[in-house]
Ligand binder design. Structure first.
Ligand SMILES: Cc1cc2nc3c(=O)[nH]c(=O)nc-3n(C[C@H](O)[C@H](O)[C@H](O)COP(=O)(O)O)c2cc1C
Length: 372
């Protein structure tokens, strides 16, 4: 498993973990992989606390950060973000639909003065401050999703000795990223949790590996076991990038009701839906996704209007999911098809150790077959 990329980054195992949870990121780095903290929507102040904590926890082990840099972002052309102007563009029809949905499921309103969760997708320029800030930290990798990183980010990466990676759902995306100058392409297949395209990991990874060689490729989407890790390396990837598998670990701050639902779900229980962010994102099926799939329902709005529309509704659902059947039925979160194999709560270290052990066993099995 000592791929060139793993050696370049000083990793014991080429296992990259995307997570919004600092405990998971730190635990992966400590166990020999590379924890990557999703920082979309964080303010610099908040981020300073998170990164201080991670750096303190992992000592001299490497870690990274990930941002959403959407190429298509309603009305902003990667530029400004005027909250009032955006809110004015949300149709009344959508607000009425959402009010009716929550009323139907008897989800109570928020107590007055409740602070809404941070927005996970903000304008391009607003994130520049965050990007500049993270380059001043001890990161080894910065990744971006939903569009190629801007030239200045690539340049700052070069200056700081930080590898710049970008997620690709098609070979065309991958080529665009390489033209932009990325150091690593993350080929993310259809089965992945979160924003995802239509080409499966099995087909996408070798296509991308061939198209961008010698740029190293990480395989993402549907990877959570040692057999899947072995398959990814066999397809030509230099490592794996996993997101869903950490969501049911002991360290993950996944909402307890959602964690329970994940543990019970099968691999058929996810759907690619625009209902949370405005872009197709794989998530657990629930009464929420069913309602948005109904042909009578207004179409989800483009990013960033949809996340603004649903922000308060989502906070209401989360707050009461543990005690209200209606809110529980609606609750869900981003997760990939691998959710069907996420059946026990384990520590991050156990997940990593099991992956590595199963990789070794699989290689032995393949070697035995080769000898016959
Ligand atoms: C809960 C969740 C949130 C995600 N958010 C982001 C994100 O903000 N930025 C990003 O680059 N990828 C995001 N992703 C995608 C992951 O980076 C990764 O590519 C994906 O999870 C890999 O497929 P898997 O879910 O089958 O492991 C997210 C995935 C999940 C499950």
């Amino acid at each position: 498993m000592h791929t060139q990329l793993a050696r370049d980054l000083g990793l014991e195992f080429p296992i990259f973990a995307f997570t919004h949870c600092r405990d998971v990121a730190a635990a992966v780095s400590k166990a020999g992989g590379l924890g990557v903290l999703g920082v979309a929507g964080h303010s610099v102040r908040n981020l300073a606390t998170e990164l201080d904590w991670i750096e303190n926890e992992i000592g001299d082990k490497p870690y990274g950060v990930d941002l959403l840099l959407p190429a298509k972002f309603a009305g902003s052309d990667r530029g400004g973000f005027d909250a009032d102007e955006l809110d004015a563009r949300i149709p009344e029809e959508h607000k009425h639909f959402l009010d009716a949905l929550l009323a139907q499921h008897e989800v109570p309103p928020l107590p007055p003065d409740t602070r809404l969760p941070r927005e996970f997708s903000v304008g391009y320029e607003q994130q520049r401050e965050v990007i500049e800030f993270v380059f001043g930290r001890r990161i080894s990798l910065i990744a971006s999703a939903l569009g190629p990183p801007p030239a200045w980010m690539i340049e700052r990466g070069r200056e700081a000795g930080v590898k710049v990676a970008a997620l690709a759902g098609t070979v065309e995306h991958a080529r665009r990223h390489v033209e932009a100058g990325v150091d690593i392409v993350i080929a993310q297949g259809y089965e992945a949790g979160g924003h995802t395209g239509l080409v499966s990991t099995m087909v996408l990874v070798p296509e991308v590996v061939d198209a961008v060689a010698p740029i190293p490729v990480l395989a993402a989407g549907g990877i959570g076991s040692g057999r899947q890790l072995t398959a990814a390396l066999a397809l030509g990837a230099q490592g794996v990038w996993a997101g869903s598998v950490w969501l049911t670990t002991e360290e993950a701050e996944t909402h307890p009701v959602v964690k329970e639902k994940f543990l019970e779900a099968t691999s058929s229980d996810t759907i690619r839906s625009r209902s949370l962010t405005g872009k197709p994102a794989r998530q657990l099926r629930s009464a929420w996704t069913e309602a948005w799939e109904d042909p009578e329902t207004p179409d989800p709005l483009p990013m960033p209007l949809q996340p603004r529309l649903v922000r308060e509704a989502r906070a209401r659902i989360e707050r009461t999911a543990h005690k209200s059947a209606g809110a529980r039925n609606l609750s869900n979160y981003f997760v990939g098809q691998i959710v069907g194999s996420m059946n026990d709560v384990k520590s991050v270290r156990s997940v990593m150790e099991e992956m590595v052990q199963e990789y070794a066993d699989t290689m032995t099995r393949l070697d035995d077959w080769a000898d016959v």
